[in-house]
Design a protein. Structure first.
Length: 246
């Protein structure tokens, strides 16, 4: 975080990254999380291409669903490969996945949650680390996300458990949280934590209190950000798209 805030970034550079750099070149000095916009843009294009091929020739669809992730691995490495592969797996889930029994869906969901917490140095994941080493974090998160999405989408009962007002609200804010959490962590989380430590609060208590304050402030800020920025951008994009298509 110290490296993040000691960068000298001009307004021109921030505008460039927000409109061009993050989407086409994965440049994200102003907000580190924006590198994924590059994956999402190209992944969406891969999705459109594959669905088009699925409609005109199934053989081409299957071939390209293997070739495109392999090409991503060759050109841009494992991180980009996992991102593109996520889109391909999503297509296959949509087209071919079968409904899961409730008990199986619960087991898949819980295992996905477990994998989503993977860290290379954690004792809880050393059995995975012994097999894939430093890739434990990346592949654990990747597979965990796939299993969580698959279990919820393919089990109506499990899906109903998540169809609650609070969870729907968090889903609405999720993209705004993704965009703002790093900035809020530095502006709110760390100062509160350091202030508590300076007052003599125990390290563990200071960490818990600072985390609660950070999460609460993030949700509060993202409620307004989602309404005034995210939803506004969606409406503008939809109007532009309708004008272009018309």
């Amino acid at each position: 975080l110290q490296a993040y805030v000691t960068q000298e970034i001009s307004l021109q550079h921030a505008l460039y990254e927000g409109t061009i750099g993050s989407f086409f070149f994965a440049e994200s000095d102003t907000n580190w999380v924006l590198w994924t916009m590059h994956v999402e843009l190209l992944g969406s294009l891969v999705l459109f291409l594959l669905l088009y091929l699925y409609q005109i020739k199934r053989v081409l669809f299957f071939i390209c669903s293997l070739v495109l992730p392999a090409l991503a691995l060759y050109l841009k490495g494992e991180g980009f490969f996992l991102g593109i592969l996520s889109f391909v797996i999503g297509i296959y889930i949509y087209l071919y996945a079968k409904t899961l029994p409730y008990s199986v869906a619960i087991a898949v969901f819980l295992f996905g949650l477990y994998l989503a917490g993977a860290h290379n140095s954690s004792d809880s994941y050393q059995w995975i680390y012994a097999v894939i080493g430093e890739r434990t974090y990346e592949y654990g998160n990747f597979l965990g996300g796939v299993l969580i999405v698959y279990s919820i989408l393919m089990s109506p009962q499990l899906s109903n458990h998540f169809d609650r007002p609070l969870l729907v609200w968090l889903g609405k804010l999720s993209f705004s949280i993704y965009l703002l959490h790093l900035i809020v962590l530095y502006l709110i989380g760390l100062p509160v934590f350091n202030c508590l430590l300076s007052l003599g609060v125990d390290y563990a208590y200071a960490a818990v209190i600072a985390s609660i304050v950070f999460i609460g402030f993030t949700l509060w800020a993202c409620e307004y950000f989602s309404r005034w920025v995210d939803q506004f951008a969606i409406r503008v994009s939809q109007r532009l798209a309708s004008k272009i298509l018309d």
